[in-house]
Write a protein of this length. Structure first.
Length: 145
């Protein structure tokens, strides 16, 4: 596993350890992690703090040029909301830890020119399988079901 996906997995584990959903994300620009985040809907009582949204929020204000050279790493396929943020800010590449347990609009992102890379990482799959098995109702809430 590369160091950026490892950092996203560490964020996912941090989220799980604090009572949340184990999804993590990092934003990388020019080979450096500029922001980290994890799903905090439970911890902060938020309707929008998915891992990718938390990560982008933690990045603060960036320029359009910054976003155009960024790569967003996420342990799980981004949902419609998070995919919309990728498109809004023109992030050209998304590296996804896994999309077996949930698959967002990856085809739409690709059609809009985003380079999507699905790693199918076993640690990411295991985190979500275990969480969904133990917290199915919370997971359904997180994805709007």
């Amino acid at each position: 596993m590369d160091k950026f996906l490892s950092a996203a997995v560490a964020e996912a584990r941090k989220g799980l350890a604090t009572g949340g959903i184990p999804i993590g994300s990092v934003l990388v620009i020019a080979g450096d992690i500029v922001a980290r985040g994890h799903n905090q809907r439970v911890q902060k009582g938020s309707s929008i703090l998915h891992a990718e949204m938390d990560c982008l929020e933690n990045a603060g204000r960036l320029t359009a040029a910054d976003y155009r050279q960024a790569t967003l790493y996420s342990t799980l396929s981004p949902c419609d909301m998070c995919s919309g943020a990728v498109l809004l800010y023109g992030i050209p590449k998304v590296v996804i830890g896994e999309n077996r347990t949930f698959q967002g609009p990856e085809a739409y992102l690709k059609a809009r020119g985003v380079d999507i890379r699905v790693v199918d990482n076993p640690a990411c799959v295991q985190l979500m399988h275990a969480f969904i098995a133990n917290h199915g109702t919370l997971w359904a809430e997180d994805i709007g079901e």
